[in-house]
Design a protein around this ligand. Structure first.
Ligand code: 7TS
Length: 405
């Protein structure tokens, strides 16, 4: 693999530590990713050199902070091939979905309308739509999945009718790693006049996402999964849709004029950014995106695919281990169960050996119900992980299974 892995790892200080006397192996990247020096230094510089509130000060620090924050918006826009006005900074994917469900849904969804999600969604891409359906007396339809963890495409096509107003699906599943055929799904939804929200939380850290090529109407993602800080994320929306929507929250920044006779709203994107934003979060996101582009997203995708293949192969040598989610097109996530061992017990014993994985339902209870299980163990890789770490993990897991069997 032609990938400067040692140099890359040197950029992530947190990776070089011992946990319970063993070198840390961090395989919980789908939950949150670690941060490179480029991001840590951008946050440090912000607080050491130009901390200030933005958009409102005539003074030097305020101007500098505003410049850097708006520069980050440009970086995000160009990264996903959008216009700056279409980039709304939010807290994360969860807020992006809630914003659309509220600001678009409240205005445009009527009694009897239908919203489609899949059986594989994260709770944050289910519950806001359920809340909207309850409020509007609309109907939530669910795309079923196969035993290997792929959406049943024909069933999706059957669900699409003139009643369908919104389709909201993940680009990539956090629990199984399945990459969905979203470009085709978006085109099919557009044929019946529906708008499409893409949950990009698990896609942006691993692959290039081009909103124009996909032609999605909305895209949400979280900064913390894409190597930036927590509490920052992005809602992309097509300009004409964002223009048509009412504001989500009221307050400072999102207004042009306020009077008791009536208030007028600010232009995009500020219309959706009430209050003092997460300034260093935005700046950290700009730094993170610059960093992954320096490494090269195509190389990242290719390298991680090798890790996925190697990890899948190595884990399959453990007797009694069953991989949940065996779709053809997957990102670097491996969910598994071993015999009847509770995933949590595996997680605890792996932690004793310095290995971080996730156990549980991964905020996908309907998906777990579909498989008739309570949860899984999930190892999720980032581009700073290595084959050697996978070897260490598989050896440790073998030991854990022997103890718990
Ligand atoms: N959508 C997907 C596909 C996700 O994986 C997550 C977080 C979210 C939405 C919500 O993102 P947030 O940043 O707003 O919380 N997923 C996970 C996970 O798999 N383990 O911890 C968080």
């Amino acid at each position: 693999m032609n990938f400067a892995i040692n140099h890359i790892r040197s950029q992530f200080p947190i990776l070089h530590q011992q946990v319970n006397g063993k070198p840390l192996i961090y395989f919980d990247n789908a939950a949150t990713s670690q941060k490179p020096l480029a991001v840590i230094n951008a946050i440090k510089e912000y607080y050491e050199q130009y901390n200030s509130n933005i958009h409102r000060g005539a003074h030097h620090l305020a101007q500098l902070a505003t410049e850097k924050y708006e520069e980050a918006r440009k970086i995000v826009a160009s990264h996903i091939n959008a216009d700056e006005r279409e980039i709304n900074f939010v807290r994360g994917t969860t807020e992006a979905v809630n914003l659309v469900a509220t600001a678009y849904g409240r205005k445009f969804i009527k009694t009897g309308d239908e919203i489609i999600v899949s059986e594989m969604e994260h709770h944050s891409n289910i519950v806001p739509w359920q809340m909207l359906c309850e409020e509007k007396d609309a109907v939530l339809r669910v795309i079923p999945i196969t035993d290997s963890g792929e959406l049943i495409y024909e069933e999706y096509l059957k669900l699409l009718t003139e009643k369908t107003k919104i389709v909201s699906v993940a680009h990539t599943s956090n629990a199984l790693g399945t990459i969905h055929p979203i470009k085709e799904m978006i085109a099919a939804a557009h044929k019946v006049g529906a708008v499409v929200f893409i949950d990009g939380a698990q896609a942006l850290p691993h692959t290039k996402v081009d909103v124009k090529d996909l032609d999605c109407d909305f895209l949400g993602f979280s900064g913390h999964k894409v190597f930036a800080g927590t509490g920052i994320g992005v809602l992309y929306g097509k300009e004409k849709l964002l223009e048509a929507m009412n504001p989500y929250m009221g307050g400072g920044e999102m207004i042009k004029t306020v009077s008791f006779k009536g208030t007028t709203y600010n232009d995009l994107p500020y219309k959706f950014e009430a209050g003092t934003p997460h300034i260093e979060g935005g700046i950290s996101l700009g730094a993170a995106i610059n960093y992954i582009n320096e490494v090269g997203l195509d190389s990242i995708t290719a390298y991680e695919h090798k890790l996925l293949e190697y990890g899948t192969q190595q884990l399959s040598t453990i007797e009694g281990l069953q991989i949940i989610g065996t779709a053809k097109n997957k990102s670097s996530v491996i969910s598994f169960l071993v015999n009847n061992i509770h995933p949590y017990d595996i997680g605890v014993l792996l932690n004793e050996q310095g290995i971080a994985i996730r156990t549980g339902h991964h905020c996908c209870q309907p998906l777990m119900d579909r498989f008739g299980i309570e949860g899984t163990c999930r190892a999720s890789f980032a581009f700073y992980n290595t084959k050697e770490e996978i070897d260490g993990f598989v050896t440790a897991l073998r030991r854990v299974v022997a103890v718990l069997s």
